[in-house]
Design a protein around this ligand. Structure first.
Ligand SMILES: [Zn+2]
Ligand SMILES: [Zn+2]
Length: 348
């Protein structure tokens, strides 16, 4: 099969690699679409802490091509549309036993990340991927493969919104109007919140407004903490989602969270500079500061249902769809700061 193999920074090559050998309990997915994620970009730019060569791609969708001998052939019928939960959790460690497989102790040392002498990676930038049947989720409806490829990022956002326990009538601030920020907008709205956005790019602010955001500010022109307080009778917002990677912004996010509110630090922070924290206010105003990383099994399932039932339609967040053979162009597009999701097509 053909796969995109990253040998060194800025160097993805189309290569012939061996088709995965299917185990008894595995499903072979014929990949149709695969989204480029921020951490694929980090690997591409040479910031990877994972072993090379690497086949990235964890936001993929496709159809079932074949199944191992012990797989339920009715449930996982050949030709069905499918996506896969991509955390290679061990199922055995302290965190896995608490249903926190996104925090699994063994994941960082798994072959997905460290595979000396072999190819590391989630494998979604290839024509076929073999996955354990227990990690495969079926789409029952004819949802486009590009939309199905958004399951994993949407699941990350659902995890984040669930943790913040958004209530009907809450004020929510989203900091950063990129792909993940606007997915937060779509999900938070369905939880009955009034949503404000902080985003320097005017076209993104307009887009957010057109999708139901109540007000959007330019943080380069306004003090966003003040603006949020003005709109909330001086209280701040019940829930704040910081989707940027800037440490200083995390500090502001905490400052604009109202008493009793929750502040989600959603993104990884680069560079990870420590921030000043008003610990006294966190105590006396009962501010909850939360983190969220990767989807869990239930939130991945919720993302499948949200997209399969068309409860949300994030099609407007697709920037470009390109054949995987145009990998250089696809990564150039994805690296531009003002683009949303770039998706590569396989087997089309
Ligand atoms: Zn991702
Ligand atoms: Zn584990």
């Amino acid at each position: 099969m053909k796969a995109l193999v990253l040998d060194k920074a800025y160097n993805y090559k189309v290569k012939d690699v061996e088709l995965p050998i299917l185990q008894d309990d595995e499903v072979l997915i014929e990949v149709k679409a695969s989204g480029i994620c921020t951490n694929d970009l980090r690997d591409y730019k040479g910031g990877s802490i994972y072993s090379l060569p690497r086949i990235g791609g964890h936001e993929y969708s496709g159809v079932i091509h074949s199944v191992g001998s012990k797989v339920n052939k009715k449930r996982f019928a050949i030709g069905k549309r499918a996506v896969a939960y991509i955390i290679p959790a061990c199922g055995e460690c302290y965190f896995c036993k608490r249903n926190e497989e996104n925090l699994c102790e063994d994941v960082p040392s798994s072959k997905t990340f460290q595979n000396e002498g072999g190819i590391s990676g989630f494998g979604g930038f290839a024509e076929y991927v073999a996955v354990k049947a227990r990690d495969v989720y079926i789409y029952e409806n004819e949802v486009p493969f590009e939309i199905m490829a958004m399951t994993e990022p949407l699941a990350c956002v659902i995890s984040s919104v669930n943790k913040c326990n958004v209530q009907f009538g809450d004020d929510v601030v989203i900091i950063g109007g990129g792909y993940m920020g606007l997915l937060h907008l779509l999900v938070a709205q369905r939880k009955g919140a009034r949503v404000f956005l902080s985003e320097p790019d005017e076209s993104r602010r307009k887009l957010a407004i057109s999708y139901g955001c109540t007000a959007a500010f330019d943080p380069t022109k306004y003090d966003v903490v003040d603006e949020v307080k003005k709109l909330t009778d001086g209280r701040g917002a019940e829930v704040v989602f910081d989707t940027t990677s800037i440490a200083k912004v995390a500090q502001q996010a905490i400052e604009m969270t109202c008493p009793g509110g929750r502040c989600m630090l959603f993104s990884s922070i680069h560079p990870n500079t420590p921030i000043a924290l008003d610990a006294g206010r966190v105590h006396s105003k009962e501010i909850e500061i939360l983190g969220s990383v990767s989807p869990t099994v239930p939130t991945f399932n919720q993302a499948v249902l949200m997209l399969d039932k068309k409860i949300i339609d994030p099609e407007f967040l697709i920037h470009k769809v390109l054949p995987f053979t145009d990998v250089d162009l696809a990564f150039q597009e994805a690296l531009k700061p003002d683009t949303f999701k770039v998706i590569m097509k396989f087997n089309s």
